[in-house]
Design a protein around this ligand. Sequence first.
Ligand SMILES: Nc1ncnc2c1ncn2[C@@H]1O[C@H](COP(=O)(O)OP(=O)(O)O)[C@@H](O)[C@H]1O
Ligand SMILES: [Mg+2]
Length: 225
Amino acid sequence: MNKIIECQNLNYSYNDGKNETSILNTLNLSVNLGESIAILGQSGCGKSTLLNLLGGIDKASSGKVLLNNTNLATLNEEQITKLRAQHLGFIYQFHHLLKDFSALDNVALPLLIRGDNKKIAMIKANELLTNIGLKNRLNHRPSELSGGERQRVAIARALITNPSCVLADEPTGNLDEKNAADVLSIMIKLNQVQNSALVIVTHDEKIATKMQRILTLENGQLNES
Ligand SMILES: Nc1ncnc2c1ncn2[C@@H]1O[C@H](COP(=O)(O)OP(=O)(O)O)[C@@H](O)[C@H]1O
Ligand SMILES: [Mg+2]
C-alpha cells in the first residue's frame, strides 16, 4: 500500500509558563492513498493540533511525522513548505479565501505560486470550478458568494494541485445540512477521481459514516471505531 502520512509515537504538549499540558500522547496513525478517514473527538481534544502537525505547520514535542516517507523533523521551514505544497491540500471551517480576489484567482493561486503558466492555471481553475457547479460564479469575490459556494471554492483551491492528501478541519462546520452534504460529496468525488487520501476532522457523525475509516481522538490517542 502507498502510505502518504505516518505518525509514530507522536507527542504534543504545551507549557503555559506554569504547567506542562499534554494534548497528544504516543499517537500513531497511517494514511494510505485512496483512503478516507474521519477523525471525531470532543472540542478541545486536539484535532486541529493533530492536523497542524500532519501538515508541518506545528512541530511535535517528540515522535515522528512522515510525509511521503520523509521525516518532517529533518527538514527546514523552506523544505517543509515545499513538501506541503507538493503533497497536501488544506480546507478549513472558515474558507480563508483572499477577499480581494475572484473565485477564479483564488483557485488558480496555488498553481501560480508553484510557477505554473498563468494561462494554463486559469484554464484548470475554470474547469475545476465549473465541475463543482460554480461556472456562473468565476468572477465573484468571496463576499459575493454564499457560505456553501465559498466552501466549494476553498475545496477547489485545495485540490487544484492534485495533492496526494487533503486535510480538512471541520470543513462543513459552518454550513447548513444541505450545503454540508453537497460539499462533502464533492470532496469525496474529487478524492476518488484523484485517488488521493482524505482526512476530515469533524464532530458530525453523519459525515463520519461517509468515510471508510472512523477514528476517535480521546486522551491524546486515536482509536478505530
Ligand atoms: N500553545 C498552546 N497554548 C495554550 N493552549 C494550547 C496551545 N496549543 C493547544 N492548546 C490547547 O490545546 C487544546 C486542543 O486544541 P485543538 O487542537 O484546537 O482542539 P480541537 O481542534 O479538538 O477543538 C485546546 O484546549 C487548546 O486551547
Ligand atoms: Mg479544532
